[in-house]
Ligand binder design. Sequence first.
Ligand SMILES: C[S@@+](CC[C@H](N)C(=O)[O-])C[C@H]1O[C@@H](n2cnc3c(N)ncnc32)[C@H](O)[C@@H]1O
Ligand code: SF4
Ligand code: SF4
Ligand code: SF4
Length: 351
Amino acid sequence: MNKELEPNVDTNVVFPKTAVLELTYKCNHKCLFCSCPWDADVPDQNKYRKGDELDLEQWKKVLKILADLGVESVSISGGEALLCPFLLDLLHYIRTETSFNKDSEIVLISNGLAMTDDYLDAFKKYNIHLSMSLPGIETFAQHTGADNVQGVLHWFSEAHKKGIHTTVNVTVTKLNYDELFQTIALGLLSGADSVLLNRFLPGGRGLSHVDELLLSKEQLAGMLDIAEQVLEHADRKGMVGTEFPRCVVDNIDKYKRLHVGTICSAAKEFFVVDPSGFVRVCNHSPRKVGHVFDPQIVSDTEYWNIFAKRAYIPASCVNCKEVSYCDCGCREVAAIVKGDVCATDPCIDNK
Ligand SMILES: C[S@@+](CC[C@H](N)C(=O)[O-])C[C@H]1O[C@@H](n2cnc3c(N)ncnc32)[C@H](O)[C@@H]1O
Ligand code: SF4
Ligand code: SF4
Ligand code: SF4
């Protein structure tokens, strides 16, 4: 029987208001740090199996299901979303036939390599917020396998001219740490409106490059100080998306312009639908918890609820006075690296 024709009945699961749609597995970069689970070089039994990518009509059905679940906003990612052949048709559909992001921009994350003026014109028309990756300047090609730093800066500038809001999105690694100030500054000077920093989290292809890329504790604190400094010069705001353990940095509340997340939002604020409809709690997660066309969308309710109900606090944190607003960093990374979602974030053990 066609799974798409069955009703979707879910009990025991509360769906977040935001869904991240990963439109394609494909990508035209080969980032050393990429956390996409399907690109991990892991033993066969642990491989993240790609399914057939959904087509436009199937994504429309997904959107209908998400609306029925009470989802109110979507954001777009991948893989590389600009390689999805029906990206603009899907955006048109969202804006004209659904009430997602009714009064807000739709965030689209891209590496910028396949950007065109036509894409930007459409993004203006559909009120898209473009979050474009810039993992370094001198180290951009080393990180991504593509020599396109000038291209990304160019598209920030063009987006700015067209009145499209943008974020310069930097995955911070040991390799680009020394040029972090310049990287953020060039992104902002080229026209980006805000800054998103992601500390490198081991996962996906990045698992093969942990020693090269993982920041030391000193660098974790330094990355926040550097970002705050640039933001102050530029009179802008920024945020860190990959959550920090509060005690890894001395006085994490001191930053005025940089918001540093310390609570995991997976399965609480957002969840992910992968290119073939599988559901995960976070884009960093290699664990499928269900499929959007199944009658019970989340079948692995145990894993889902560990995230939804914050049932993942490490034993060493349980009695900490900060624990109501700290999840000890990234819970998925604990699961990936240590095989235990309740283990401490590996950045705590790193020197
Ligand atoms: C998986 S990418 C997909 C979108 C697009 N291809 C891009 O790179 O911008 C989504 C975001 O995750 C970030 N990211 C990827 N791997 C990461 C990692 N290991 N740790 C932290 N952030 C990561 C990327 O920089 C990007 O901002
Ligand atoms: S981080 Fe984005 S651009 Fe880089 S390989 Fe992964 S999906 Fe592609
Ligand atoms: S909850 Fe854990 S990680 Fe967070 S501040 Fe306390 S001891 Fe540190
Ligand atoms: S699993 Fe949670 S802490 Fe880790 S990146 Fe996702 S939302 Fe952040």
